[in-house]
Structures are given as structure tokens and as C-alpha cells.
Design a protein around this ligand. Sequence first.
Ligand code: HEC
Ligand code: HEC
Length: 369
Amino acid sequence: MRTLFLLFVAGIVAGMPSLLFAGSGAGQALPTMKINAKKAALGKRLFFDERLSGDGALSCASCHIPEKGFADGKSLSDAYPGTKGFRNTPTLINTVHKQSLGIPWFHDGRIGTNLNDVTRDQITETIWMNMDMRIMQERLKQDPVYRKMFKEVGMGEPSNGKVRKLIPEYLKTLTSRNVPYDLGKMSAAAEKGEAVFMGKGGCVQCHEGPLFADGQAYNLGVPENKDIFREPLRHITFVAFNMFMGNENFMNLRRDPGAHVINHYSDGRDMGKFFTPTLRELKQTAPYMHNGMLATLKDVVAFYNNGGGKDPNKDTRLKPLGLSALEQANLVAFLESLSGDPLTGPEHVYGESISQKYYPIPNWLTVKN
Ligand code: HEC
Ligand code: HEC
């Protein structure tokens, strides 16, 4: 198995076609990707720029924080001032790979086409950055730094469509590095944990492929996060979201409907299902699950060992596993071996502070749209 894996790595180095890596089960390398470095650098500035939100207070990096694995370390996310979030912020490391693997974005999988659409959603939706794209475009067009950068990458004037292409170009740079699992450098405990993962634990039934995610949604019976019903600012967001999404009976929901949002089946078969998340970079992204209800990897493994949580629609694959304390610890060691270096250096973080009091371009009054 190890030798096979080293062959995979050698394949990447030699730039062999990715078809060679196709196969089932875990143990696949992440696809390699072509990146336009200049466009990614421009996308990076946009990602860290608070002027992309309606009130100029939130950038993408306010919630997707580099030091927290591009998640935020909170159970439930923040949201636009005056509201608070009702889901856990997912990592953006490797999120770009979802496109080629055919895995949809968001915990409920509500956007499945491309990252440009996810970017638009995050900028314009009232609960995230609450920005009008037309105002954003005018703001960017007055900033001499953007004007210069857009010209340099051959894109002419800043525009909202271009922003939606450039941020995903930056997201391409956020991929795992120096992961013990990928390098074939796992500890003995982690190797034993891998055997549990593939065998007795049954984890690979859903966590498979390069991201350890199969692109399907399941109901695990994760306990509800009661803060959504205790904190008025979170409840506002929860109700508004379910209303916007056309979820029936939204005032009386006491549980996050999850993937039900995609097809609204009248028999409720997708109620409480969430998409299998990646298991890469977990060391950086606690707490876990769509609502941050499990604090540590030890808690997650104990949750599965108990056969998951309670829910009438719980997936029948979840059964008590009867893992010993040692098997559980090894499984945690395996999960940890799927995390690599933090992406917190200048390549991934825009170092300069972006002043909102910039000097507009000299001829701002006469420049044509
Ligand atoms: C106020 C906090 C907040 C801000 C600001 C924010 N996000 Fe998010 N982001 C979230 C949360 C929470 C989710 C998960 C929402 C869900 O699943 O319903 C998310 C999900 C995502 C996803 C999907 C990840 C996946 O693998 O499914 C992407 C991509 C993303 N955000 C990119 C961005 C970009 C780009 C920006 C800036 C334009 C941004 N976000 C701004 C909180 C935020
Ligand atoms: C039936 C499919 C299925 C099986 C089997 C399964 N998982 Fe999961 N896993 C999921 C889904 C779906 C989620 C997300 C649930 C949510 O967000 O509420 C998840 C979430 C997780 C998370 C949290 C990730 C994060 O970033 O929040 C970890 C860690 C995890 N699983 C590990 C395991 C391990 C270890 C096993 C084996 C003991 C396992 N899973 C078995 C489907 C499965």
C-alpha cells in the first residue's frame, strides 16, 4: 500500500495524467491545478478587503481566517452586523477541488455548479456580506491599486463579474501541503487507525476519494445546536434563510432541514441530511459538524462509536462500532495525519492593511463606466 502510494507521488512529480490516480476508496492524491499567479494575487487582495461588504466591515477573511484553517474556530459563524450565523464555517482549504470531483458546496449542497456562484452568494446575500455588486464595482474602480492590478493581469476595468473569477483563482492556492498521509509519513498509530477507518469503523463508506468526501448527504442525527433557538440574532438568520429558500413551515422548524433545501421532497426524505465534509485539515478546523456541536476529534470518534445521534431519519449505516479505547485513539491519529502545514504565510495572506481611506484615482469624476 505504501509503495503504491509512493508511485502516486512519483506520478505527480512527473506530471503524469491524473487519470492514473483514478480509483475508488481513500488514498488518492489531490488533483494538481494550473494557477495564474498574478490573478491569484489580485484575488487574494479582494479576499482580504473589507470594502467587499455592504458596510465595509467584513471581508471573506473575517470568517475564513487563515490561522484557523480558513474556518473561524467557532461553533456557529458570525454574520452581517445585526444577524448571526446558524452554521459552522467550513474550511476553504481544498474547497476548489470540489469542482472537479463533482461535490457541491455548503453543508446542504445548495450550490453545485461553480465557485463563481458561491462567491456571488457570499458577497451579496444579506446574511453574509450584504453587498450590492454594483456598488462594489464602483468602489473598486476608484481605488488606484485595483485599477493598476486589473490592468496588469489584462482584465481592464474592475467589474463584479471579474471579481467572481478572481477570488476563485486565489482559492486555487489554498490546497493542502506536507500532509503526513500524502507523504507516506504516518505514525504507527495512524497506520493502525487507517485500518479501522477502512474496516471496522466503516468510515470509508462515506469518506472516500481525494477529499475523503463522497459528494452525498446523510442524516447522522447530530444534536441540534440550541443557540439557534436561544439567541434572537441567530434565529433571525435561521428563519430568514429558510423563508428565502422556500422551506415549508419555516416558523416552526426546530431542526436545521439541511439538504431538504435542494429538492423539497414532500415526504421529507432529505430532512436533516448534510453533505459529507472533507476530512483534510481537521487539526486546524475544530469544532466539527455543520453546527459545531462536537468539540474535538475524540468526541467525533466517540459519537460514531455510539452509532451516531438520535433522529427518526438517521442513516442505517450508523451502528454502534464497539471500538476499544486504543482503536479510537488510533483513528484520531489517522484523522490527524490528514492535516498539513497552516497556510498563514505571505503567499496566502495579504500582508498590508487595506485602508478604507484610499486616495481615489485623480480623474475619478470623468472616468467612464
Ligand atoms: C459572515 C461570515 C462569512 C463571510 C464574510 C464569508 N463566509 Fe464563506 N461561508 C461562511 C459559512 C458559515 C459557510 C457555510 C454556509 C452553509 O453551509 O450554509 C460558508 C461557506 C463558504 C464556501 C463553501 C465551502 C464548502 O466547501 O462548501 C465557500 C467557497 C466560501 N464560503 C467562500 C467565501 C468567500 C469567497 C467569501 C468572501 C467573498 C466568504 N466566503 C465570506 C461564512 C462566511
Ligand atoms: C453514513 C456516512 C458516514 C459515515 C459511515 C461516516 N461519516 Fe463522518 N461524516 C458524514 C457526514 C454526512 C458528516 C457531516 C455531518 C454534519 O455536518 O452534520 C460527517 C462528519 C465527519 C467529521 C467532521 C468533519 C468536520 O469538518 O466537521 C469527521 C471528523 C468524521 N465525519 C469522521 C468520520 C469517521 C472517523 C468515521 C468512521 C468511524 C465516519 N466519519 C463515518 C458521513 C459519514
